[in-house]
Write a protein that binds this ligand. Structure first.
Ligand code: UDX
Length: 453
């Protein structure tokens, strides 16, 4: 072990941020850099394994009420997480500085930009980790500077927003909070303030890869020096020959792996629609049923992740009627599912991890975005990367069953689907190239690691 080759990594404690930041630790470990992942959580740490003890997990309490799902009240959860970090992190850093291998940097979630000053106060370098793509961060940057005005109507296409190196965007394509600022003032402030001190950050890390955002990156790289290290998908899923890469992740949920795999194994290639809305999205009761009817009418097999807290929205009679046509699980081994040959389409909320995973594993998508960065990710998925379609919602955001049927038909079908599958295959190759030895993301990891030797 080399003295000082150690970093602290602090994700915001939701699955979509934990996953990429933990995988980042694994990449660092593969190059000899030790990390301590600080996890704000009241639950005992999920199981994890590390090679050579190069990743350790240090839990600090979030102070959530026992028995209460903290994510049911996101505002309250955010306050608790902030307080916990403010109360515990300084002492933790002080303690770690006494270690034989003390930390040299704090890699913090970009949604916690004030941690840059905490890092500096303790003599550490501050690295902001962006769990969203640049195409979203750049919009937040402009929003923070007040250098664009939000188009007038969320669902209207009359006024368009323009940014350097972007296609024109309607209100419907922008991150949701920019258009709904009155209902989520706290989250709007958090997402835009991510970029408030970007010019002072020592290292900028992003879960994306150069080829994916090529055009925009020309602009980004003129502004800042950035390290794109994605996709943070374990290599064994990108290339089946790389089976030696240990399959371990960091999940707050328990996946029904055997059930999913057994069911998928019994299906024909490209015959299944995989449906998942990530770890946070809550669908309204009527939307859930409309989607269920749409999936039924599509006639395709489907594997649907319905989190435990959502399952009461699906009547038992529906599940019985669907029978072998559909499998419902509370959490899936998503990468394994997407890599399975039976899966022909991914109906997703377009959270950034899911979008990147679909692209990297070559699976065409149906985007049904809900909030935050998801509408913008969905816009690029359809119009720029051309690997799927985005559902057309009614003026109030509701998506009708006919629209689900149309989208499934297009993506699973021969005419447009073929083109999407071809494009998806192209991105799969480019994603693997990026993370393979000498690829753009691999070089970024090397550059990061070299700063600590
Ligand atoms: C959140 C935000 O909603 C998203 O918009 C933002 O870009 C990142 O943080 P989340 O909604 O949970 O994340 O979605 P996503 O980014 O897709 O992350 C979910 C992760 O959970 C993915 O890595 C996915 O592979 C994993 N997952 C999801 C499973 O392993 N099993 C499941 O059943 C569902």
């Amino acid at each position: 072990m080399i003295h000082g080759s150690h970093v602290i990594v602090l994700p915001f404690p939701v699955q979509g941020h934990l996953t990429p930041m933990f995988q980042f630790c694994k990449r660092l470990a593969s190059k000899g850099l030790t990390s301590t992942l600080v996890l704000v959580s009241d639950k005992p740490s999920p199981p994890y394994k590390t090679e050579n003890d190069s990743i350790s997990v240090f839990p600090i309490p979030s102070g959530s009420q026992e028995g209460k799902d903290p994510l049911q009240d996101l505002d309250d959860y955010i306050d608790r997480v902030y307080t916990s970090i403010k109360n515990h992190l300084p002492e933790l850093i002080q303690d770690m500085k006494l270690l034989e291998n003390p930390p040299r940097a704090l890699v913090y979630d970009s949604t916690l930009p004030w941690l840059l000053d905490v890092a500096h106060d303790h003599g550490l370098r501050g690295a902001a980790f962006f769990t969203q793509p640049w195409l979203v961060s750049v919009i937040y940057y402009h929003a923070h500077k007040g250098s664009f005005s939000v188009p007038s109507s969320k669902h209207g296409h009359s006024t368009l927003a323009s940014f350097p190196a972007f296609p024109m965007l309607s209100a419907n394509d922008l991150p949701s909070y920019l258009c709904e600022s009155s209902s989520y003032p706290k989250i709007l402030r958090i997402v835009t303030e991510q970029l408030s001190n970007i010019d002072r950050v020592d290292i900028l890390v992003c879960n994306t890869f150069d080829n994916l955002e090529e055009k925009l990156l020309k602009w980004v790289k003129r502004m800042w020096s950035v390290l794109n290290i994605g996709p943070t998908v374990p290599s064994m899923y990108l290339d089946k020959r790389l089976s030696e890469d240990k399959n371990y992740g960091f999940s707050l949920f328990t996946a029904k792996s055997a059930e999913c795999m057994e069911w998928l194994n019994s299906k024909q290639p490209n015959s299944v629609v995989y449906v998942s809305f990530g770890s946070l999205v809550i669908l309204k009761d009527d939307q859930m049923m409309e989607l269920a009817e749409g999936l039924k009418q599509s006639g395709c097999f489907f594997l649907w992740v319905v989190r435990e807290t959502e399952m009461n929205k699906i009547p038992i009679s529906y599940v019985e009627e669907i029978g072998e046509k559909g499998l419902f699980v509370s959490w899936s081994p998503q990468l394994e599912v997407l890599a399975h040959e039976s899966v022909g389409c991914f109906l997703t909320h377009c959270g950034w991890n899911s979008t990147l995973e679909g692209l990297s594993l070559g699976v065409p998508m149906i985007g049904m975005p809900h909030w935050t960065d998801q509408p913008t990710n969905a816009k690029f998925m359809e119009d720029v990367w051309k690997v799927g379609v985005r559902v057309k919602a009614e003026a109030d955001g509701f998506v009708r069953r006919d629209e689900i049927v149309r989208c499934v038909g297009e993506v699973m079908g021969e005419e447009k689907g073929k083109e999407m599958r071809r494009n998806a295959e192209k991105w799969k190759v480019l994603a693997l190239e990026a993370v393979s030895e000498g690829g753009s993301s691999d070089k970024s990891i090397d550059e990061f690691v070299s700063m600590f030797y």
